[in-house]
Design a binder for this molecule. Structure first.
Ligand code: FES
Length: 296
């Protein structure tokens, strides 16, 4: 059975769903956007302040530290290098602490998933929890002088963490969780008429299509603004959200973007929204790619 088949098997485990519901409810309750503290915490854990998802930054700590620890454990055991034991123990502890941070940030990101990515994410979390618990046991064994048991539990934990990392990679690369969902395709360099000016009232938002790119038009205090309509976070349709002053709030998870610049004003997104140039000519709203901002 190939690893990809294994992911299908995980996806078919519907008994995971009630657990997923419970955990997701608990996470969204703590990280609720209904109060400023929950929202700040959610934005922090998602990496809004960093302009990059925080979870993959922290996952590098256990992956790196535990790989170092495993190597030093091996050298201590098989190359007769007892002086490497303190380094192995330190790497084990550093990885354990990093895994705790990765778990919390992972939950903050996972709370916004549905269906298959949610099931895979839950399996990923359960495996990582098991690996982290084994590393916790390894630390206890090392502290109490049982180095052999400490190395064995670390090796077991590392194996589980490696399988879990494969699932994590599939969640990102196949299901695009944590990557930019805004369209990469630029608009034409020349102005393209997209909507009659009279059809966009003050405070109104409309979705128009330019080639393959859905574009949001919004009028605030008489000025028309244009952004990519597909939310950078997970692809929500911004035209179905609401305006808040000179900004738009995504209807799916509440990310907020400045209409005049596309700047990200509120998470959980970590990315800005592409913005386009607008003019009104002959009663038509026209849009184009900003000068000097072609294809990425
Ligand atoms: S899709 Fe999540 S905030 Fe827009």
């Amino acid at each position: 059975m190939e690893l990809l088949d294994t992911l299908d098997v995980i996806d078919q485990q519907q008994w995971l769903d009630p657990t997923g519901d419970t955990v997701q409810r608990a996470v969204t309750t703590v990280l609720t956007h209904d109060n400023p503290t929950g929202k700040k915490l959610d934005n922090f854990l998602n990496g809004t302040w960093l302009g990059h998802p925080l979870h993959p930054v922290l996952t590098d700590i256990p992956v790196g530290a535990w790989t170092v620890g495993l190597t030093l454990d091996g050298l201590e055991s098989f190359a007769g290098r007892p002086e490497l034991a303190p380094g192995a123990d330190a790497a084990t502890v550093i990885g354990f602490l990093g895994a705790l941070g990765a778990a919390v940030t992972g939950l903050a990101q996972w709370q916004y998933t549905v269906d298959r990515p949610r099931r895979l994410g839950l399996a990923h979390a359960l495996l990582n929890t098991t690996a982290t618990a084994l590393y916790g046991a390894s630390i206890v064994c090392r502290l109490t002088g049982r180095r052999g048991a400490g190395k064995a539990t670390a090796l077991f934990g590392y194996t589980i963490a490696a399988v879990s990392a494969y699932i994590g990679g599939d969640i990102v690369y196949t299901h695009r969780i944590g990557v930019n969902h805004a369209p990469e395709e630029p608009l034409p360099d020349t102005f393209t008429p997209v909507l009659a000016d009279r059809e966009l009232p003050e405070g109104g938002m409309e979705r128009v299509q330019v080639g393959n790119v859905p574009v949001l038009l919004a009028r605030y205090q008489g000025t028309v603004y244009a952004l990519a309509n597909t939310c950078a976070h997970l692809g929500g349709p911004l035209n179905e959200g609401k305006m808040d002053g000179c900004s738009v709030i995504c209807p799916w998870h509440g990310s907020r973007f400045a209409l005049d610049s596309g700047a990200m004003l509120d998470g959980p997104t970590t990315l800005p929204q592409p913005r386009y140039e607008v003019r009104v000519r002959g009663g038509q709203i026209e849009v184009r790619q900003p000068a000097g901002e072609g294809a990425p």
